[in-house]
Design a protein around this ligand. Structure first.
Ligand SMILES: Cc1cc2nc3c(=O)[nH]c(=O)nc-3n(C[C@H](O)[C@H](O)[C@H](O)COP(=O)(O)OP(=O)(O)OC[C@H]3O[C@@H](n4cnc5c(N)ncnc54)[C@H](O)[C@@H]3O)c2cc1C
Ligand code: FES
Length: 271
């Protein structure tokens, strides 16, 4: 059992939970994730490690409510127990002194980019953060991102906070203005696709974290398969980070869409 130590609401549908998980906290590294099963009837689902304390034995997860499991977790309270929590899973982000790194976070992807910014900065990089959301009330972790970046650019689609526009626009402005050695982009698949298209034009190496549908998280079931450089890869064990210029984005987007269609059919079936 993994007890919830604290829970906060960060935005309308976004919550942060601190969970006691000593083993995971001891081995966690930026870019990794865990797979949870809330109770005996629950499905397994992945969430990225946003923060952790090896000394105090806790991990922090940030979740956006999109369906059954994320809703159930958002309704759990301090003192409740999570039945299963496996991790840390996936390959950690490769942390080196690259020089100037621009880290782009969209929506709940900001939670995943946060520990990466921290680790990159500790390794001596100059880190520019660009974070965005549809509107100001959905923009999360602004203060924490300010603490782990040298400069933080904010964007909202409706202009209610920061620059009016998309993170990809702010990214392109930065690439036009100065030398960038690496871009890391995490957020909705469509955002990562367009961020990769922008950086390809400026020939800047780009890493993305793929949010494929996952089941076992151990490379056995094949649910998370994606295509990178024309080869089949499993996001859970080969990733989740890949070269954004080598990902087959149309395949990834169609697999995510297919899942939505199947869900819609299942909803209409008489049980
Ligand atoms: C490696 C990895 C790390 C992730 N980290 C986070 C995180 O830190 N915070 C967070 O909020 N979410 C994260 N996700 C997405 C999260 O796992 C899904 O939102 C969750 O599984 C949905 O479960 P559900 O039962 O609530 O919804 P479901 O009922 O399973 O699905 C509801 C809707 O959500 C969409 N959905 C389901 N799974 C995914 C997915 N993997 N990617 C995109 N859309 C999906 C479906 O299209 C569906 O329409 C991550 C996904 C991966 C693969
Ligand atoms: S989730 Fe099953 S192989 Fe990746």
């Amino acid at each position: 059992m993994f007890p919830i130590l604290a829970k906060d609401q960060l935005a309308d549908t976004v919550f942060s939970v601190r969970v006691k998980a000593e083993e995971v906290a001891r081995r966690a590294r930026a870019g990794q994730f865990v797979i949870l099963r809330l109770d005996e009837t629950g499905e397994r689902f992945p969430l990225t490690l946003c923060d952790w304390s090896p000394d105090e034995g806790w991990i922090r997860l940030v979740l956006q409510v999109v369906g059954r499991s994320t809703r159930k977790l958002s309704l759990m309270e301090e003192g409740d127990d999570i039945l299963d929590l496996v991790g840390p899973l996936g390959r950690p982000t490769e942390i080196c002194d690259y020089g100037h790194v621009v880290c782009v976070g969209g929506g709940v992807g900001i939670a995943a980019i946060l520990p990466i910014c921290r680790s990159l900065r500790e390794a001596g990089n100059r880190v520019t953060g660009i974070i965005g959301a549809r509107s100001a009330d959905l923009l999360i972790l602004e203060e924490e991102m300010g603490e782990v970046t040298d400069e933080l650019v904010l964007t909202t689609d409706d202009g209610s906070r920061g620059i009016k526009g998309r993170v990809t626009w702010a990214l392109e402005e930065r690439l036009k203005a100065e030398k960038v050695d690496l871009v890391i982009a995490i957020g909705p698949a469509i955002m990562m696709k367009f961020a990769s298209a922008v950086t390809a034009e400026y020939d800047v190496p780009t890493k993305v974290s793929l949010n494929s549908i996952m089941l076992d998280g151990t490379g056995m079931c094949g649910t998370c398969r994606c295509e990178v450089e024309g080869k089949t890869r499993f996001a859970c064990v080969d990733g989740p980070e890949f070269d954004g210029h080598a990902v087959d984005w149309n395949l990834l987007l169609s697999r995510l869409d297919q899942y939505k269609e199947e869900e819609e059919v299942a909803r209409r079936l008489p049980i």
